[in-house]
Design a protein around this ligand. Structure first.
Ligand code: NAP
Length: 313
């Protein structure tokens, strides 16, 4: 029986672990096979306070993990398969075993969204990627495309421009939603071109991407566009499919419930529809989605769980 089980190991989960163990709770963290969250797929992080020259995303996550381990958080290096919140203690199943907890913190993050168009399934990993940082190297001297108009698309285009022969950003509108700073960097990079008002409706290629079919949003005209690689940067989907009995919103994000505590004054801001289950990070936060806000939410979730455990002995 654990006081707190934490699901997920991005900045939210690991920060929650650090706070939970320092509050004296027996804490188990189930990080998932692909541990570390989205920063594992990133290069230089310059907006996480405390690192004068920035830090590589994977290094930051490794340090957070080592910090949690050093303080005594137990890690179970696997994926959980079920989270049952229908009765107490809560039951988390992983590797065929059931782990019980008085309180659970969900920090399972969000995953990349795919276009779901013809050719995508068979060409995943054969020219279609959702991670430029991971796969750019394979496109040295090749023609590439990035789909999307947010910060991720800008970042991916910049990463690719360092190795690829060309980068074309394909966006479905006539303006980006990315931050001005990121857009400025993209527009300054000669290798990067933009095609506005277009969507990708099909991939061409059998063993590897050879091109795509584009559709013009305004005219409806379709055209073939030759490329060696397609990098999707069209947003994320929260990892909530294994949670039964928890209230989710229309996009699948966990709904945060500010439940009142006994005093009626403080409340639990990271509460969910199940008392004793708390949430932190991108799995509920579709607004800020930053490493630092995820870490902050992880801290809040652990402080709430700590207080809830004290008040519900
Ligand atoms: P995002 O901001 O939601 O942008 C997704 C982009 O994909 C949008 O431009 C959207 O078009 C487009 N899109 C969505 N579905 C599409 C579809 N089916 N077909 C074609 N295009 C589609 O997602 P994000 O770029 O992953 O960023 C998420 C959050 O992380 C943001 O808050 C961002 O600021 C942050 N972030 C920050 C950094 C950084 O600071 N270095 C890096 C990466 C991400 P519309 O614009 O038309 O909706």
């Amino acid at each position: 029986m654990y006081d707190i089980i934490i699901l997920g190991s991005g900045p939210a989960g690991l920060t929650a672990g650090i706070y939970a163990i320092r509050a004296g709770h027996k804490t188990l963290l189930i990080p998932g096979i692909r541990w570390g969250g989205q920063l594992m797929l990133t290069t230089l992080v310059e907006n996480y306070p405390g690192f004068v020259d920035g830090i590589q995303g994977p290094d930051l996550m490794m340090d957070m993990r080592k910090q949690a381990e050093r303080l005594g958080v137990e890690f179970l290096n696997t994926d959980f398969t079920q989270a049952d919140f229908s009765s107490k203690p809560f039951k988390i199943t992983a590797d065929g075993k059931v782990y019980e907890a008085k309180s659970v913190i969900i920090a399972t993050g969000a995953d990349s969204i795919w276009l779901n168009i013809p050719g995508e399934m068979q060409l995943r990993g054969r020219g279609v990627s959702t991670c430029a940082v991971c796969d750019a190297f394979f496109f040295k001297g090749r023609d590439t495309v990035v789909v999307g108009g947010g910060d991720s698309a800008m970042e991916d285009a910049l990463v690719l421009s360092k190795v690829a022969k060309s980068v074309t950003i394909i966006h479905r509108r006539d303006k980006f939603r990315a931050s001005k700073a990121m857009q400025d960097r993209v527009f300054k990079e000669a290798k990067i071109k933009v095609l506005w008002n277009k969507t990708v409706i099909k991939y061409i290629g059998t063993d590897h991407v050879a091109g795509i079919i584009l559709k013009d949003i305004q005219t409806g005209k379709e055209e073939e566009f030759k490329t060696d690689g397609v990098f999707l940067a069209i947003g994320h989907k929260p990892n909530t499919e294994k949670f039964v009995g928890l209230e989710l919103d229309s996009k699948g994000y966990i709904v945060r419930k500010e439940i009142k505590d006994e005093s009626g004054l403080l409340g639990y801001r990271t509460g969910t529809s199940v008392p004793g289950v708390f949430v932190g990070g991108d799995v509920h936060d579709y607004r800020y989605k930053q490493a630092i806000t995820a870490a902050g939410f992880g801290c809040m979730a652990a402080l709430d769980a700590d207080r809830w455990l004290q008040e519900n002995k």
